[in-house]
Design a protein around this ligand. Structure first.
Ligand code: PGA
Length: 249
């Protein structure tokens, strides 16, 4: 089953637009449910109305507090989102890391999400590519810190999202090529093999994100060997998102 994860980020601005978008996202999910698992990672504020209005849409959030102490002004806990019905949580997105989420914070979030039996979508990716291959070390470090002490039996619940920072969002310098995606996915499986074993590494779900659209999506899966996609901007455009889903079934 391929995965298609919508990352709405800090959009849309109203609940009625969010509900419309959720309905359209669910329509696409239903249409292709035999081969595609669609997950919408929405802003916290829309979790509850969407859960009520579009009950069967699989929901996720884009981060959680790194602790459980309720004296944490402005934060939202993993228990809160789980109790509303979120099943997935993005952790370590580069935009969250850029706002100050350290590797330790990302690790704490990952462990909390796993402990609540939700599925973490762990984002890794380098800020820039160099010719010496140092970007591989960045991803290795991110993985090693986050996966430290994660038991073998729990590992299969994690989804890894390779998101090269330079290919994300409107400031992307360019799109990643499918072969760059493939190289990194092979590398990630190698790291997981070194940390665990080959069988686990082979079964790990590794998805790709960064300027994915209805024109390039299929290539990241076919040539890039990704198990799914994490989609930002295009997930906010119902028509394009439906086209993207159709292009990868
Ligand atoms: P983008 O965002 O598709 O708009 O590049 C992807 C992401 O940040 O997850």
């Amino acid at each position: 089953m391929k995965m298609l994860v919508a990352n709405w980020k800090m959009a849309p601005e109203t609940e009625s637009i969010a509900l419309r978008l959720a309905k359209a996202t669910f329509t696409a999910a239903q249409k292709y449910k035999k081969s595609l698992a669609v997950i919408a990672c929405v802003p916290y504020i829309y979790l509850s109305p969407i859960k009520k209005g579009v009950r069967a849409l699989t929901l996720g959030v884009q981060g959680i507090a790194p602790g459980v102490d309720s004296a944490a002004t402005g934060m939202v806990s993993v228990a809160m989102v789980k109790n509303i019905g979120a099943a997935y949580a993005i952790v370590g997105h580069s935009e969250s890391r850029a706002r100050g989420d350290t590797p330790e914070v990302v690790k704490a979030q990952l462990d909390l999400v796993l402990a609540k039996r939700m599925t973490p979508i762990l984002c890794v990716g380098e800020k820039e590519r160099d010719n010496q291959g140092w970007y591989l070390c960045t991803v290795k470090e991110q993985l090693e810190t986050s996966l430290a002490k994660v038991p073998k039996a729990t590992l299969k619940n994690i989804i890894i999202a390779y998101e090269p920072v330079w290919a994300i969002g409107k400031d992307a310098t360019r799109q990643a090529t499918p072969s760059e995606c493939r190289e990194m996915i092979i590398f990630i499986r190698k790291i997981v093999t070194d940390l665990y074993d080959k069988k686990l590494a082979a079964s790990m779900r590794i998805i790709y994100g960064g300027s994915v659209d209805e024109g390039n999506a299929a290539r990241y899966l076919d040539e890039g060997s990704a198990d799914g996609l994490l989609v930002g901007r295009v997930s906010l455009d119902a028509k394009k998102f439906a086209k993207l889903a159709a292009s990868i079934i």
